[in-house]
Design a protein around this ligand. Structure first.
Ligand SMILES: Nc1ncnc2c1ncn2[C@@H]1O[C@H](COP(=O)(O)OP(=O)(O)OP(=O)(O)O)[C@@H](O)[C@H]1O
Length: 743
């Protein structure tokens, strides 16, 4: 071990000792806090504070164990900074920063300095560790005039990146904090406000950038985002499982990840639509259709309704009810909220009718009832079940589920062929129904205001209580947890981990829900930031839903129109965004493919260009020398040919995916050992069976694409670009022409 190695090892040991120490003290603090305390309010308050502080800090510290420090920058001015997944301070009187969080401004040159623009750096060092042991140093000299050399120089500057890309896949996405490239870094650290669109071909790191950006924003705007949470929308459950560990490993917990089929609390999509039905349901015009459907429930009596009150028959005809309906509609309130106005006006009409009937002097026609008599009459009418029945009939209370289910059973306001496409027989919701439910909820509004007001009163009491807890926490903060204003104020404190709202929620149900968890159950939650992956797939109706969830329009949208399952489903970014943000959005491109070797990418490029000649696929950063191969199966022997390929290609380390049309899955699962066909593939297994939609966003060391002629071009392009090392194609049917030409 040379001197450079030894010094880095000593440094890494020191940081780990410090973190172990912090963990130990934090654990003790949790144990102490959890020990029985008296029933006194003060004791309980203090315990809440300590548990909240300590468990959050512990989670952040434990999440990064083993890969704490990965870089170092030596500045021309002299100071040296070590960069890590979290920031750590020394135990000395000044709490000197030992390790700088990768997101801190001081760390930025580690990612963006070049020989041309060294940003004040002399040298950049990548430190590779296995567990706590330093295994490699890779240095880049950024100030060529500086003669000092360490013997660990990496002249190409990309050895660490290429080694990371060559690693066997695990079925889980890993963070890229060690090797974020300058172009990616710029997007990760782009300002929080506004809409940022990141477009790029397969494997260009769009998902990685979006997730690291979320982590960066949670660091930069942690107060706001811990309170409002970040929503990540990904294409399918397998994808969300795949990315699940990236953010916690970066130390972030204020994140809610959902598929489009989970965006409406209280309903979950479990069925699939035909492409035609999904397209119809996704059109922006569906908002008008649903508004018309709601209006259809605000009916006029035909024939007239008769209400018997005190033996008087009061007749409500269409003209009278129309007046009430116009009045309620003029309030422009959602349907369930406007009902009260309808009911009020209807009662007035009935009261006038009744007063005239029973209160008119038969001799001179004057009104015998005074104002208080009329009020009593109105109250009596208001208690008459027949009046309630009439209101229920003419302006019923509606739930989004009832409204949308009734609409889908008998679709109205649609052209006949569209109605035929969306008419459903089953009861399960599909992903395309979710934005319809949300739209319906907007149109209907709440009808339980009394209950909500009571709940709000209770909540405010709990917030007041929790504020007391936090005030104690602030007054009793230790230096260890104290937040600092300087550039690397990375150690979390109670005020970062909890706020009064969140604390209040804990007391509501004695649970420990984060803002993200609360947001999951609240349709009207306004997120602090929304990240959408595979954004090219979302329909205009889903965009409407998402924009409602983000009134500040702070969003990161990543996608690749060439990978769209239904080309042009939502139109261009401009068409999507203009209605919501005008031209106030930024568009950027990533054009280096970090996943797919050039041999595989060349083939995928030929396939996509055959249909979309204008597509500009990304340039692969690696080549493996292994060309994709086609394997023709005997008639009837497809499954066995696939099984043979799987056994020949399964890597010792890493993952293999068989990507096949859904209808072939039962036959394939029957011949592939340990492989199950199902809606939610288990990516932790060495061999996984998927269809192309399920493979979106994922990657595997080896990919076998089965019967490619059955895919649309977008889906085939996705399937072909999932491999990090090798691709094989197995088919019994003729291959698509462009694919055959490239193999
Ligand atoms: N700077 C980087 N350092 C190391 N690995 C990287 C880097 N950028 C991207 N990668 C890796 O490249 C692979 C592809 O990245 P990612 O999945 O984010 O691409 P994508 O653009 O979302 O792809 P697709 O559109 O095909 O789903 C991942 O394994 C990711 O970790």
């Amino acid at each position: 071990m040379d001197g450079e190695f030894r010094r880095e090892q000593e440094f890494i040991d020191r940081v780990h000792r410090r973190v172990d120490d912090l963990c130990e003290r934090t654990r003790e603090s949790v144990d102490e806090a959890l020990a029985p305390v008296g029933n006194g309010r003060q004791a309980l308050l203090e315990r809440d504070v300590r548990v909240a502080e300590s468990t959050g800090l512990l989670a952040a510290l434990e999440a990064v164990d083993g890969s704490l420090c990965f870089g170092r920058i030596d500045t021309s001015a002299g100071p040296v900074h070590h960069i890590g997944r979290i920031g750590v301070r020394d135990d000395d009187a000044d709490a000197t920063p030992l390790l700088i969080d990768w997101r801190a401004p001081v760390a930025r040159p580690f990612y963006s300095a070049t020989g041309h623009t060294p940003l004040g750096l002399r040298r950049r060092r990548h430190i590779t560790t296995e567990g706590r042991r330093v295994t490699a140093l890779n240095d880049e000299i950024l100030d060529l005039a500086d003669p000092a050399r360490t013997g660990h120089e990496d002249p190409s500057g990309d050895a660490v990146l290429l080694a990371a890309l060559d690693e066997a896949r695990t079925g889980r996405m890993h963070d890229i904090v060690r090797t974020i490239q300058a172009g990616q870094d710029r997007l990760i650290r782009a300002p929080h406000s506004g809409v940022l669109v990141v477009e790029g071909g397969p494997g260009t790191g769009k998902t990685a950038v979006a997730l690291h950006r979320a982590a960066y924003l949670l660091y930069e705007h942690r107060e706001l985002l811990a309170r409002r949470a970040v929503l990540i929308v990904g294409p399918n459950p397998a994808f969300l499982g795949y990315i699940a560990e990236v953010l916690p490993s970066l130390g972030e917990v204020g994140v809610l990840a959902l598929t489009p089929g989970e965006l409406f609390p209280g309903a979950r999509a479990t069925a699939e639509d035909s492409p035609r039905a999904a397209a119809v349901k996704g059109r922006a015009e569906m908002a008008d259709v649903l508004a018309a459907v709601v209006r259809d429930h605000q009916t006029l009596p035909d024939p007239a309704l008769t209400i018997v009150h005190d033996r008087e028959a009061l007749v409500l005809d269409a003209d009278l009810v129309r007046v009430c309906r116009d009045h309620a509609r003029a309030t422009r309130l959602p349907h369930n909220e406007a009902r009260e106005h309808f009911e009020g006006r209807l009662l007035n009409v009935l009261t006038d009718m009744l007063a005239e009937r029973i209160g008119t002097d038969p001799f001179d026609g004057s009104q015998l009832l005074d104002a208080s008599d009329v009020t009593s009459l109105r109250d009596e009418l208001g208690a008459n079940p027949e009046v309630h029945g009439a209101v229920d009939l003419l302006w019923p209370r509606l739930t989004p589920q009832r409204l949308v289910a009734a609409f889908l059973a008998d679709p109205t306001h649609l052209a006949e062929e569209d109605a035929d496409a969306v008419r459903r027989s089953g009861r399960a919701w599909t992903p395309a129904d979710i934005p319809l439910l949300d739209e319906a909820a907007e149109l209907l509004g709440q009808d339980d205001r009394a209950a909500l007001a009571a709940a709000e009163r209770e909540r405010l009491e709990r917030v007041a209580y929790a504020q007391g807890v936090l005030d104690i926490s602030y007054a009793s903060r230790t230096q260890e947890f104290e937040d600092r204003d300087d550039e690397d104020s990375e150690v979390l404190g109670a005020h970062d981990l909890v706020d009064a709202d969140r604390m209040a929620e804990r007391h509501e149900e004695a649970d420990h829900r984060t803002a993200a968890e609360r947001a999951a159950g609240d349709r009207t939650w306004a997120f602090g930031h929304i990240v959408v992956d595979e954004a090219q797939e979302l329909s205009p109706m889903t965009w409407r839903l998402l924009m409602r969830r983000c009134p500040t329009r702070s969003m990161t949208l990543v996608g690749d129109p060439a990978q769209a399952a239904e080309p042009g489903a939502a139109g261009s970014w401009e068409m999507i965004l203009r209605p919501y943000v005008g031209d106030r959005w930024e568009h950027s491109r990533l054009d280096v493919n970090y996943r797919t070797p050039s041999e595989v990418m060349d083939l995928a490029t030929a396939v996509i260009r055959a249909e979309c000649p204008d597509v500009e696929p990304p340039r692969s950063v690696r080549s493996t020398g292994e060309h994709p191969r086609a394997h023709a199966a005997e008639p009837g022997g497809l499954a066995h040919a696939v099984a043979e390929r799987v056994s020949a290609e399964t890597p010792d380390e890493g993952r293999l995916a068989v990507i096949a049309p859904r209808e072939l899955h039962p036959d394939l699962a029957a011949v592939l050992p340990d492989v199950r066909a199902g809606a939610e593939p288990d990516l932790s297994r060495p061999v996984v069976l998927l269809d192309s939609r399920q493979a979106k966003g994922l990657e595997f060391d080896v990919v076998i694409v089965v019967e490619p002629s059955r895919y649309g071009t977008g889906d085939l392009y996705v399937a072909l670009t999932r491999a990090t090392r090798r691709l094989a194609v197995v088919h019994a049917e003729p291959l698509p022409v462009a694919l055959a030409a490239g193999l």
